[in-house]
Design a protein around this ligand. Structure first.
Ligand code: PEP
Length: 251
């Protein structure tokens, strides 16, 4: 099974209209529909409309950074999956470590959001990963398994045909530290094996992205690993040059 590499930029709470326009126009000019990788961006909610107007009909897709588990209602400040679909989103991030740690989203909350995303017709990008302390205590696999199980138990495995997983070791996010290609590959293989034990076909098709200080200088080696199907990129997705260096590293 050939899984096409996906390079996705998580812009977090960064940007302005000018910055979003500059980034998107630069990405459109420097990438192509028949390129070796798919390209996606995750702007903040206020810029989704701008992203839709610039990217509609192009090869670049976009998504939201989170969603509320409810479809609608009295949830001031929140955004539903249906609203993201209305903004042309294809994807939504679910369970990013910053949501888990700063906004106290539990495994169960993440599972509810994952389900809400699927119900709305979005492709959730489920983020999982261990902290430094957990890695040092040799708990990487048990933490990732627990985070995955919470979602699999809630929605079943078959629906993962419409999902993406991002392995993001918390200690590598925004720190400049990157998992070595071997460390990352080992966890990616663990994730694929775990899914494979439940459904071989879905495991084979599933894109598993690596996230954690991906840069132009380390992307090629990471993406060359057999179970790494692209990257979820934070800091280096905020300039056209750095983001396209990662896109261009896809062999
Ligand atoms: C992220 O937040 O998903 C991420 C991987 O950030 P960075 O690339 O900056 O480590």
């Amino acid at each position: 099974m050939m899984r096409k590499i996906l390079v996705a930029g998580n812009w977090k709470m960064h940007g302005s209209k000018t910055m979003v326009r500059t980034l998107l126009e630069g990405l459109l000019a420097g990438s192509s529909a028949d390129g070796k990788a798919d390209l996606a961006v995750f702007p903040s909610f206020p810029y989704l409309s701008l992203a839709e107007s610039i990217l509609s009909g192009s090869h670049i897709t976009w998504g939201g950074q989170t969603l509320n588990p409810n479809a609608q209602g009295a949830h001031t400040g929140e955004t539903s999956g249906g609203m993201l679909v209305d903004m042309g989103c294809r994807y939504v991030l679910v369970g990013h470590s910053e949501r888990r740690s700063i906004y106290a989203e539990s495994d169960e909350d993440v599972a509810l959001r994952f389900k809400a995303a699927l119900d709305a017709g979005l492709e959730p990008v489920l983020c999982v990963g261990e902290t430094l302390e957990e890695r040092e205590q040799d708990q990487t696999e048990s933490v990732v398994a627990r985070q995955l199980d919470a979602v699999i138990n809630a929605v079943g495995i078959d629906i993962f045909s419409r999902a993406i997983i991002a392995y993001e070791p918390v200690w590598a996010i925004g720190t400049g530290l990157t998992a070595t290609p071997q460390q990352a590959q080992s966890v990616h293989a663990f994730i694929r094996d775990k899914i494979s034990a439940l459904n071989v076909i879905i495991a084979d098709q599933l894109r598993i992205l690596y996230g954690g200080s991906v840069k132009g200088s380390n992307a090629a080696e990471l993406f060359a690993q057999s179970d790494i199907d692209g990257g979820l990129v934070g800091g280096a997705s905020l300039t056209v040059e750095d983001f396209l260096a990662i896109y261009g590293a896809v062999a």
